[in-house]
Design a protein. Sequence first.
Length: 399
Amino acid sequence: MNLGAGGHLTYCSNIHPGETWAEVRSNLERYVTAVRDRLSPAGDFGVGLRLSGRAAAELAASEVMREFRDFLARNRMYVFTINGFPYGTFHGTRVKEDVYLPDWRDPERLRYTNQLADLMVQLLPEDAAIEGSISTVPGAYKPALGGAGDVALIVENLLRHVAYLVDVRRRTGRSIALALEPEPHCFLETIDEVLGFFQRDLHGAAAVRRLGELTGLERAPAAQALHDHLGLCLDLCHAAVEFEDAAACVGRLDAAGIRVHKLQISAGLRLPQLDAEALAALRRFDDPVYLHQVIERGPAGLRRFSDLPEAFATVNGEAREREWRVHFHVPIFLDRLAPFASTQSFVREVLAQHRARPFTAHLEVETYTWDVLPEPFRSGSVDEAVARELAWVRSELAA
């Protein structure tokens, strides 16, 4: 949905299981049209497209792309953002830390993301003012990294992708940006780590010089290209779980010249006290499919756990003095999930900032965990829940 100065609002189609293009296409016809009819029956509806490596390759066929463009036009839909984070299977089987593979050390991640950019050019609406965004993994899963050599590989592949986007803009006139998505337990997880990485490795003199070598750009245009084509996907669940300061994180990124190319509107779980009732209820969220990283704030400061079982193993008689926040995306319209809460207040604070001074053109609700959400919090159909989430965001932005 076009919100005018507030940008474009949609939801990410990764909530619907589908790894082949045929499955993705079926989901769009079954679910996205239903959400559109609930929220924007007379207007155009933006699509947040998730494409696996396989689906992207299948959509690249000219006749398949032609049919999809016709489908979009018939159904008053337009694509402005692609979720290029999960490359492989994302539902119905163990995903866990494999969701980051191939990571940005691997040439296959570069090839896949370049292909997504090519697809985006063909899918963007004719309005040249609408830029495209592609969200991606935050470098790599932190425990998988081996040292400075791995970081150098990540930097080189990111710069090569920016060079590709510079060439796309030269050839087509369309601007596309890559949005790194910080996530707990990853190479980039906190705003401090993002600021350090960009200032040191992506906006520094060496990066500008290297992009100049790859593109032929002079120093000033190369520096500008890094700001235009490489930025952040700020996931509000991830940021809240990290105990970031909602009032400060957007301003810190802006002051550092790091653009938020996509705002992913999501909420996680919050346990202000680890009493027996809350811990028993939380065990229902420990599923075998996704990682659910936990950040604990206690007397000793912050502690990080890679998944719920690791956090559960530390519970002792002093648990009441600790607060947990859990990376499990829950419907954003839920403030309370008795006997604990969500991080909805963090979402509301950031949306209030955007309402007062828009800082991104792309807003995407992302509650991909519908299939593993405990039944008491999963009432109604998925299209009803998504429409309710989008209506909630629209209401917050209009407040």
